[in-house]
Design a protein around this ligand. Structure first.
Ligand SMILES: *Cc1c(COP(=O)(O)O)cnc(C)c1O
Length: 383
């Protein structure tokens, strides 16, 4: 009798806990025993350790980090800290987690969504230069640009930075998928004016709950945002600025301090798995490995393939017991909440729409065993 194979899951956050369980349990016990649960020593230590890790490349600036409740809030807090809100346009892409666009609207700013380069799925620098020189009619002045380093790979950031500097607009990196990725030898998140990181459980650096952290080389901006995340307090009970509540708790910070110690090794494991998938695809008639940007260090938050008959490919993999995902099935500008309402660049997001029909993601997490990776490789070679 034919027994359906157990499906290898596309993601497995529990495996991330089990792999480090003794260390994580000790960190949680320490945080619980401290009697202090919000914005205390664990959070301060995590911020300092994260900032040091981020800025530890030769040529990178010294960084300042501020923990917060989640990655969406990290973007929102950066925009608020820069005074960007109503009456401002913020440029990003439609091929992203909806969170990027939600954060722009949280501060009352107007999103303008650009298309992507079809090889790397990242913001098209030429289209950015064109909207900065000649903005679409009827939108407020452009004040910031948020490129998304999607799937763990760098955006083509040099021309984007030049265009932002020339136009006098802020460059904010969405680093929710790229903890540890680099471009020309420096970590992503150190090149723009500020960077937002999600610490959602499945991200390369993930809490066991919600969390976020933002980083900037500008100590004054970091200080302002640290106040805004807690009601605008610099002193207890006295709001110097209008603020919000978006704090990272001590238990999550203690867990994240453990996870940060393992991040570089876990990214190496992701790259090793990606190399195995690349090799297996050499035998495939239909699929080619993801394109690597030159001079970029990819950390494979996701390993994404594309094919015009994507659903067939996913079904074949499922028949081999391999789970897959789609990131993302519907461009932000076509989702019911945004359709017909958000401004698009002159390319009309045509490549974004095509990518949404064609992309799919393979299992990718550091705890995948060699045996599981071999199973995926065997399935890929048969496609
Ligand atoms: C996950 C993610 C976010 C939002 O992070 P949350 O922690 O879920 O709020 C923002 N941008 C991108 C590209 C993401 O992948």
């Amino acid at each position: 009798m034919n027994v359906a194979p157990t499906i290898l899951p596309f993601a497995d956050p529990g495996a991330g806990y089990r792999a480090l369980q003794p260390e994580i349990d000790a960190a949680v016990a320490r945080a619980l025993a401290s009697g202090w649960y919000i914005l205390g020593r664990e959070g301060e230590a995590f911020e300092a350790e994260f900032a040091a890790w981020l800025g530890n490349q030769p040529g990178a600036p010294a960084m300042h980090a501020v923990g917060c409740a989640n990655g969406t809030d990290a973007i929102m807090l950066i925009l608020r800290g820069m005074g960007i809100g109503e009456g401002s346009t913020v440029v990003t892409v439609s091929h992203t987690a909806v969170a990027t666009v939600a954060a722009i609207e949280m501060v009352g700013a107007t999103p303008l969504l650009l298309d992507i380069d079809p090889d790397t799925y990242t913001m098209d620098p030429d289209e950015l230069a064109s909207v900065l020189a000649d903005p679409p009619p009827g939108i407020p002045p452009i004040r910031a640009v948020i490129p998304v380093h999607i799937y763990g790979q760098a955006v083509d950031l040099r021309p984007i930075k030049t265009a932002c500097d020339d136009a006098g607009v802020a460059l904010i990196e969405d680093c929710a998928q790229c903890h540890g990725a680099m471009l020309e030898g420096v970590k992503l998140g150190t090149i723009g004016h500020a960077a937002a990181f999600s610490l959602y459980p499945t991200k390369n650096l993930g809490a066991l709950g919600d969390g976020g952290i933002l980083a900037t080389p500008d100590p004054e901006l970091a200080g302002r945002i640290a106040a805004i995340r807690q009601y605008g307090w610099k002193r207890r009970y006295i709001s110097d600025l209008p603020g919000v509540n978006s704090r990272l708790d001590e238990v999550q910070a203690a867990i994240l301090r453990v996870k940060l110690q393992h991040l570089d090794a876990q990214n190496d494991r992701r790259r090793q798995i990606a190399a195995a998938y690349d090799k297996a695809l050499a035998g495939s008639r239909h699929l080619t490995p993801p394109v690597r940007r030159p001079h970029a260090h990819h950390v494979f938050h996701l390993y994404v393939l594309r094919h015009p008959r994507r659903d067939e490919m996913m079904m074949s993999l499922k028949a081999h017991g391999i789970g897959t995902g789609i990131h993302y099935p519907m461009p932000v500008h076509t989702q019911p909440a945004y359709q017909g309402r958000v401004a698009l660049g002159p390319a009309n997001c045509a490549e974004t729409a095509r990518a949404a029909q064609e992309v799919f993601s393979l299992p990718m997490y550091p705890e995948l065993s060699d045996e599981a990776v071999a199973r995926v490789c065997d399935a890929l070679a048969s496609l």
